[in-house]
Ligand binder design. Structure first.
Ligand code: HEC
Ligand code: HEC
Length: 208
């Protein structure tokens, strides 16, 4: 049910973005980083600060991480509903410009985003359970400072949308999707129940 809801959100925003011609002729000479990055705003929000629960906030994402993710979306190594198609619309030079632009934008936690009717509100009790689970599973070995830290191969999770985090972990656990991820993480995630994933999503979302 959760998935169905999210896919509908994805479709709705795809509809919006269609008007912006992503993946078509953005290769025009002289496009600035800001102009290129504007195409992403329809889904990821202004400057990458997402306003909708199914879309990850990407502001402040380290450029190396975004470059490698975009390349993996493009090649299909990383499964996606829509990003594969979008990534194909940019060459490596344009992607590098876009990545540099987003890396410079400040992170804004989802909580402070304009209200979205569809989002799941953070449940403090679930978040506290999630905190204990994360500690037990030692997710902090890589996701340091309660998911606040991000570097060239680990994304920020603190303050991300509850819905996106849950959706992503369900996908990470789904072996048919085979999303690239560290073996040490897959081992940990695979052991978690649906309820535990939900609690963890609330925990990371509750951190600012
Ligand atoms: C039509 C909506 C849409 C547009 C436009 C869009 N994205 Fe996305 N983006 C998504 C969705 C949905 C996901 C989750 C993966 C998927 O299902 O495709 C995503 C995921 C991502 C991720 C992975 C985040 C993570 O933490 O794993 C990055 C990076 C990203 N997008 C960058 C961009 C950039 C850069 C642009 C503009 C060039 C862009 N996106 C335009 C919808 C969009
Ligand atoms: C060995 C290091 C490591 C451990 C341990 C680890 N992770 Fe990760 N995690 C990563 C890396 C690296 C990525 C980025 C993978 C990619 O998409 O390329 C990631 C990505 C994620 C994402 C996707 C975030 C996004 O914005 O797309 C989630 C959610 C996540 N991890 C949750 C967890 C949880 C929950 C645990 C503990 C049960 C955990 N991780 C343990 C390294 C780790």
């Amino acid at each position: 049910m959760q998935r169905r809801k999210i896919h509908m959100l994805v479709l709705a925003s795809g509809f919006l973005a269609g008007g912006m011609m992503f993946g078509s002729s953005n290769a025009e000479a002289g496009a600035t980083a800001e102009m290129l990055a504007n195409t992403c705003a329809g889904c990821h929000g202004t400057n990458g600060q997402s306003g909708g629960p199914a879309m990850p906030t990407i502001s402040g994402m380290p450029a190396e991480y975004m470059n490698s993710i975009m390349a993996a979306f493009k090649s299909g190594e990383r499964p996606s509903t829509i990003m594969g198609r979008i990534a194909k619309g940019y060459d490596a030079k344009e992607t590098a410009l876009i990545a540099k632009f987003f890396a410079k934008q400040a992170w804004k936690s989802a909580e402070s985003a304009p209200q979205s009717k569809n989002r799941t509100l953070i449940n403090p009790k679930l978040a506290s359970t999630g905190g204990k689970l994360v500690k037990k599973a030692k997710c902090g070995k890589c996701h340091e400072d309660d998911g606040m830290t991000q570097d060239e191969d680990t994304p920020r999770m603190a303050g991300q949308w509850v819905d996106y985090l849950l959706f992503k972990m369900q996908d990470l656990k789904n072996e048919h999707l085979a999303i690239p991820q560290p073996k040490k993480m897959a081992k940990r995630i695979n052991k978690l129940s649906a309820f535990e994933l939900e609690a963890i999503a609330h925990f990371y979302a509750s951190k600012k």
